[in-house]
Ligand binder design. Sequence first.
Ligand code: SF4
Length: 184
Amino acid sequence: MIPLTTLRDDVLSCRKCELSSREDQPVPGCGPAKARVFLLGERPSRDEMMLGRPFEERAGLVLKKLLRMAGLKHEDCYASYLVKCEGETGKGLPHCKAWLWEELRLVSPRVVVTLGAAATRLLLNLKSSARLEDVAGTFVEAPYLPGTLLAPWHSPVTMLSRGKAFSDRTVEFFTKVRVACESC
Ligand code: SF4
């Protein structure tokens, strides 16, 4: 099994698809190698490509704040994206998902929180017509990752744009994620 640092270097030099950029490198996942919580978003923004880290924009800051309110530190979570370059998710995903499977295998988290519809559909193997609302807040065993739970929730952009009631629901959900990690 290759170390996470090697995988990170491989992602940084990836030019496998048309989303690769001359100016910026892909944004690999980051966080502790044996994190219990794996946060999975859809793809980096332009600014995150420049900064080289996931969840660095306003919506990401809201995500981090709500995690903290639930007793989870984002520094203790592994954070990554389905597609590691800015652009159309559908164009990058067929090439990029191999990096994600490798990250999941290496980190082997207790809970993968899929943030948004695209990440949820891929990890839960749902049809493209499946609605996030129907599965958000549930916890299901990942058949391909023994001992790991998949926990779908909404994207950081949704967290940013909805009101206090939604933030409260998000904190409640993240609290369940924390408890699921502590209980085994
Ligand atoms: S989107 Fe993924 S596969 Fe395409 S260049 Fe970026 S890192 Fe490589």
